[in-house]
Design a protein around this ligand. Sequence first.
Ligand SMILES: [Zn+2]
Length: 341
Amino acid sequence: MGWKEHPYALAAGGAVSLLDQTDHGCPAFSVAAQVLEQNRSFIARHKLGGPEFEIWLLPSSLKANARAFDLGAVGAVFIHGGLLTRIWDALARVVAGSFFLASRFAWKQPGPDADVPGGTWVVANDKRSAYFLEAFGRAVEFVIFHEIAHLRRRHVRRYRDASGHDFIDEAFGMASEAVVGSKLLQLLEFDADATALEMCLNATSWFRAERGEGSSALEPDHLTSELFLRLLAGPVTFLALDLEAEQSAVSYLGQHPPSIHRAMRYTLLLGDTIRSLTPEADIEPFVDQAWTELGFLARRLGVDGGRWHHRRDELHAFEKLDRIADEANAFSLAIDREMSS
Ligand SMILES: [Zn+2]
């Protein structure tokens, strides 16, 4: 039985190969397929170990979810259509609603279309649409690499030993109920995020080097624009996942770490990397601006205060993140050592 016939795929309304969807009528799916196509050679050449796998899209499932199975000779990643359209809509609102981007790039100031999810403008042939597609492509890249990390860093096998499940599921883990292996799952999620971000940045520099643009990629202007695109792509993805969560407060009682903490940690890791490449670039204003945009978006989407806006609560939440961050770093190093031995 192939993955296409797996009960999970059938229950979700059927699976199609993501790679084959480059001409899909839904632009979020066709752009995602193009992103996977572009990254194929990077994924094939940069093996991290772990099983072979296939990447499937569940186009008719509205869930904002993804699942990685490590079962049999070839594993599988399933990406639900709802995850891609949710990220598409959220990012479209950010780009269309941003006065910062509008004035920086001298494009149209935000109008009433800013809050139309997936509005027609996002496939228009203009600079704003092109910028949006750049950001969306980076978000999809992150999601795909995150799932690949679950397989190649042998997360699923580790989680199976603790819980009996032969998969890791993004939405299932958002449920507020703690189960056996919750703490392990939280550390695995942090590790998958860090690995995915590293893969994203490696893929970008690898492709630029292939095209002979290696040195220009290190210029501060180039790096700060890459930084801002990545600052929108990652945290907006976490915010989109958070809309599905049953948690209303920042807590470690569920199976996954709080999305806001994943977004904060992503921001810190990204900032550290860019700073190490270009110590002269002043990245703080970009980080502040990206988080301001996220706060606006969260408010417009009706997310309760205390997670993505209201600074007092954010500061409180930082302590909890600090507590687990050291543990998450040590855990990732342990996996690194295991993989290299
Ligand atoms: Zn995950």
